[in-house]
Design a protein around this ligand. Sequence first.
Ligand SMILES: [Zn+2]
Length: 337
Amino acid sequence: MSLTTRSAADLAGMLTRREVSAEEVTSAHLDRIAAVDADVHAFLFVDSDRALALARDVDTRRAAGEKLGPLAGVPVGVKDVFTYAGAPTTCGSRILEGWIPPYTSTLVQRLLDAGMIPLGKTHMVNLIATIPGARKDRIVISGHYDTKIFHEFRFVGASDGGSSAAFLLEMARVLKGRKNPLTMELLFLDGEEAVIEWQDNDHTYGSRHYVEAGKRDGSLSTIKANILVDMIGDRDLRIKRDGYSTPWLTDIIWNAARRGKLDTYFVPETTRVEDDHIPFLEAGVPSVDIIDLDRYAEQNAWHTAKDNLDAVSARSLQAVGDVVIAALPQIEAHVSK
Ligand SMILES: [Zn+2]
């Protein structure tokens, strides 16, 4: 097996046992980036010289018998939302093009302290899966798969990031076997969470980028509806109508919930949530956000250590899935008028 296809744990073991040097491991990864990244475009910036210098330093310290961290010498790609002093940071956006941060983020500093070797900065990525339908017009089902970084505690994001990603994966399986009149798109959005604080533009990076790109190439007009899910894993799920969402689309979904006797999950109260649907709404794409923020926050599970597997239930995901599937024929009929 080549060095670039091994897991971090494998590499760490090999390095600790001195079966391979950090310089060899790092060189192998840099060579692989050089060989394929012109096609893959994973890296925005490759920090070859500094990575090799760090790797040699790890090797020297290990040879001297110094006690190193368990991941010392393992290379890592750093997503371009985290600053690393001296490496250009753009958050994948032109607005920050050319900015070279003078400081290193806590996350990268911890990687460095653990002896890891940052190879460079990687793109943020929206993942798009398309299930072709009878028409090119699309219904998008979206959710964010990134998880907020907290340094003070271990944050899992079982409902916040985890539930939407799990939901989209299962929807792909279900929709694949369905006769879809419109093309179905499953959109896994990156960068919903704020890097620091949810203000100004520090949030919804993926959806804003997606909408901008769709406007530029004219493809946005083929999206007839966007169904966004977020934080739908709560054991005690209570989804309020979102006041920003498109009323007809919200009505169809809440009516489907009532018909399916799932209105204990989809309750009639209204709230307002800023989320990945906002850029779509601003661009004129009918959108609904299916989110249980209030109930989760009441239980002190939102953006806390409690947002773990104990707080979520497969039954809640099933309820939302059943409602969305039951609502699809009405949505399809509405947008085909
Ligand atoms: Zn969140």
